[in-house]
Write a protein that binds this ligand. Sequence first.
Ligand SMILES: [Zn+2]
Length: 83
Amino acid sequence: MTLTAGPIVTVMAGRRDASWYSRPDTHRVKVWHVVVGNSPACNSTSALIAAFTTRDAATIPVESRCRRLGCQKRWPAMKQAVR
Ligand SMILES: [Zn+2]
């Protein structure tokens, strides 16, 4: 039996850039969202996806990851343990 893995898809993560808001939310820690297509997987801020900078999701520290439904189950394992 042959397993075809298909193309290796890197899960990308994006963080909302709030710097252009007149009143940016500076009270909460900025979390990274898993980006699916052009939207965060949790779909909380899909209108703002243009302001996202994306990174390889496996490099995002666990404490900075969005824990909402949708994002939560899509996070890959960390590439390296960063403590
Ligand atoms: Zn999210």
